[in-house]
Design a protein around this ligand. Structure first.
Ligand SMILES: *[C@@H]1O[C@H](CO)[C@@H](O)[C@H](O)[C@H]1NC(C)=O
Ligand SMILES: *[C@@H]1O[C@H](CO)[C@@H](O)[C@H](O)[C@H]1NC(C)=O
Length: 172
């Protein structure tokens, strides 16, 4: 399978413009056509890999909020990239606290937007930093997303990747 590099570079240039995951559909402005039809078999996954000593609690949020997923130490959460019909983007919200989504506990948010054959994604924290003092990475990413102390650096964390490639968030 070929990744459309020209399309990628064109999109990268467009990224200089303001971009909010879920709010806009950047492909509309650059009029990128899909070069192949990706399906459940060929699409990659959003993976959350729990290397911490404690369970993680996670919700996949688009138009609807998934039930709480409990990710035990050493286990993974995984979903095939999807395009939400209403919001476009999907936010995987992670806390170290049971029911944390509903109590505004510190959350790490892995947001992605599947657009044709690429995924735009970023990583951010809200209501505090659930992994403060721990290592957090979201790979592959260029430049690499690695939070050595579990705290996001300032500046944009938005990245782009081929949609057939798994993106793995590793906590601790
Ligand atoms: C998914 O796409 C691949 C590659 O184009 C194709 O070989 C496969 O049959 C497709 N699977 C489904 C379930 O449509
Ligand atoms: C979790 O995901 C990572 C990255 O894909 C993989 O290397 C590891 O084997 C997975 N672990 C489990 C328990 O499935």
């Amino acid at each position: 399978m070929h990744f459309n590099l020209a399309g990628f570079l064109f999109i990268s240039a467009a990224l200089a413009a303001p971009f909010a995951i879920g709010a806009h559909h950047p492909a509309k402005t650059v009029n990128m056509k899909p070069t192949m039809a990706l399906n459940e078999t060929t699409l990659g996954h959003a993976v959350v890999s729990n290397h911490c000593q404690l369970p993680l609690y996670l919700w996949s949020v688009g138009e609807n909020i998934s039930p709480q997923n409990v990710v035990q130490p050493g286990q993974n959460y995984s979903e095939v990239f999807r395009h939400d019909p209403k919001t476009g983007g999907v936010a995987i919200k992670i806390t170290t606290v049971m029911d944390g989504l509903y109590t505004s506990a510190p959350q790490t948010v892995f947001a992605y937007n599947l657009v044709d054959n690429v995924v735009w994604y970023d990583l951010s924290d809200v209501f505090g930093d659930p992994f403060m003092g721990e290592f957090v990475s979201l790979l592959p990413s260029e430049p690499a997303i690695r939070w050595k102390e579990g705290v996001p650096p300032s500046g944009s964390q938005v990245r782009i990747s081929e949609a057939m490639v798994d993106l793995v968030l590793t906590a601790c």
